[in-house]
Design a protein around this ligand. Structure first.
Ligand code: SF4
Length: 544
């Protein structure tokens, strides 16, 4: 058997996945195709890493050894080892010699030489600080941890996986003979790439006052034991159990049939609740369904109540994934109705407001209306598109009021829409057609604005979550574009506006408009379904 060598990814990965990835019996099974959004994330992260390293090298051109990322792994390891042996001040693209005794392998975006050895600096594509104080930082271009000072404007945003990866790299450096002997530390450069955040890996930053190094040692030993058992055909140390990650996991086609076969309890309660129930002998959906929901739960549940868990188990046995919590479903309706969905690009701006007008005739065309700017955000042209949306929306409300008709507007999870409604009124205050913040606030606070996510949460239990894609499908709605998702839309947007220097792709604009229209049609279908006779077919918790 070849050595089992694990990279830092296993530390935060599902334990069963670690088993499957190391069990030769699963080497040839067909996995779920890669998710385009996940692929895009990987590509974006790679680009971000290259960009940051380029900036570091430009600011401090001397002393770098760059290990070519496109070289074969063996050549990269040799180049890294040679750079370390030569005492290079900075090594980028490093791939460290495998620690065959410890069972680990991995690389760092940058290795930095200090007085006593080397330490890792990693580049990640998420935010690593929040407003506050206390993070130990240096300027981005200063890779000297001795220069780190307590930052008066930033506090550390918790990302255990970053610290665990640094601990993994420290162990690899130690095995190679290059780690600093007395200090376990490392740096992280995040999405904003404005500073380096330095972590003391011996500090008690994990629950129970454990250090990152201690947490790492425990987790790595666990994952390594799972992988060795899998590789050697020993009794498996990890079994499938449904968790949030399953949705994106390529191994779902392997785990789902196994869970269905076992009628595993995690099919209705996910994560730790399933693990705890299993430990108390409630391993199957049937065992959970047989319990008295009014009785004492076998273990305290965290993801849902015991009563709801039992109801979901009973519904699941009848082939249903949604349960009604209320005897009568009430969704506020109006004579004139508008479904609203906004698309934004990260924090840069809301580039599209989509609205579906339906209900009584008020002399305006029914159907989908879009208000977009196709200048890359941030742009002042966003003020124009927002003002056009608000003016059309105001006209709909005014016409309904003049005719004595009631009005309702709907969205799915108002947090995002509210943020951009109020934010746009604030940012573009004084520009033509942009409403006063108070006017927007009055609307947001009114009964005319209905958050359907809240209605769904108040009305249903679901084994599959309450995302619009999940619940609207229950209502019979489907999406025109099979790749449609919030993350995919980010990529389409970049291409639609030519953000990366290429010519704007008009077909991606059409795709975004279709995606947005599909979302407003989804909320429309959902509320019509919730207000109609189909609700009688959704089992009521009191009848289960
Ligand atoms: S599908 Fe779920 S249980 Fe199976 S390996 Fe992936 S995350 Fe783990």
């Amino acid at each position: 058997m070849a050595d089992v060598l694990l990279d830092a990814g296993v530390l935060t990965r599902c334990r069963r996945r670690v088993h499957l990835e190391n069990d030769p019996a699963y080497a040839d099974v067909e996995l779920a195709p890669p998710n385009p959004a996940a692929e895009q994330r990987i590509a974006d992260a790679a680009e971000h890493r290259l960009d940051v390293i380029e900036r570091l090298r430009t600011a401090q051109p001397d002393g770098w050894v760059s290990v070519p990322l496109t070289a074969q792994p063996r050549e990269r390891v040799e180049a890294t080892a040679a750079a370390l042996a030569a005492g290079a001040p900075y090594v980028s693209g490093a791939l460290l010699p495998a620690d065959t005794e410890g069972g680990r392998r991995g690389g760092a975006e940058v290795l930095v030489r200090t007085e006593h050895g080397y330490l890792p600096v990693i580049v990640v594509r998420h935010r690593i600080t929040d407003p506050g104080a206390g993070a130990m930082t240096t300027a981005l271009t200063d890779l000297d941890p001795a220069a780190a000072r307590e930052d008066a404007e930033r506090k550390v945003r918790s990302h255990p996986r970053d610290q665990l990866r640094l601990a993994h790299l420290r162990e690899l450096l130690r095995a190679a003979g290059y780690a600093e002997p007395d200090a376990a530390r490392g740096g992280v450069i995040g999405l904003d790439a404005d500073v380096v955040v330095w972590h003391d890996l011996d500090a008690p930053t994990f629950p129970g006052d454990r250090s990152a190094m201690a947490e790492y040692a425990g987790r790595f030993a666990d994952r390594h034991a799972i992988a060795v058992a899998a590789a050697t055909g020993a009794q498996p140390l990890a079994q499938p159990s449904r968790i949030v990650e399953c949705k994106q996991c390529p191994w779902w086609p392997v785990c789902e049939p196994a869970l269905l076969d076992a009628r595993d309890v995690s099919l209705v309660v996910r994560g730790d609740d399933a693990v705890n129930l299993r430990e108390r002998g409630v391993a199957t959906v049937d065992a959970l369904a047989a319990l008295d929901p009014a009785g004492e739960p076998p273990v305290p549940l965290t993801g849902t109540t015991f009563e709801h868990a039992v109801a979901l188990a009973r519904a699941w046995r009848g082939g249903v994934s949604v349960v009604r919590k209320v005897p009568e479903v009430v969704v506020p309706r109006g004579d004139v109705e508008v479904d609203v969905d906004m698309e934004s690009f990260a924090d840069h701006g809301a580039y599209l407001w989509g609205a579906l007008l339906s209900g009584a005739d008020i002399g305006l065309p029914h159907g989908y209306h879009s208000f977009a700017t196709w200048e890359p955000v941030p742009t002042d042209d966003e003020a124009r598109s927002f003002a056009e949306f608000w003016s059309w929306f105001g006209e709909v409300r005014a016409r309904a009021a003049r005719r004595g008709l009631t009005f309702r507007a709907y969205c799915y999870n108002a947090l995002a829409e509210n943020r951009w409604l109020l934010g746009s009124a604030t940012r573009f205050a004084g520009k033509p057609g942009v409403p006063e913040v108070g006017e927007v606030q009055a609307f947001v606070d009114s009964d005319e604005w209905v958050d359907l996510f809240q209605s769904v949460s108040d009305t249903f239990l679901s084994t599959a979550g309450k995302g619009l894609k999940v619940v609207a499908r229950q209502a019979g709605h489907d999406w025109d574009d099979p790749d449609a998702s919030g993350e995919a839309s980010m990529r389409w947007y970049r291409e639609a506006v030519g953000m990366d220097g290429s010519a704007p792709a008009l077909r991606q604009r059409e795709r975004l408009l279709r995606y947005n229209e599909d979302d407003v049609r989804a909320t429309h279908a959902l509320r019509v379904w919730m207000s109609g006779p189909a609700m009688a077919d959704v089992p009521y918790i009191g009848d289960l």
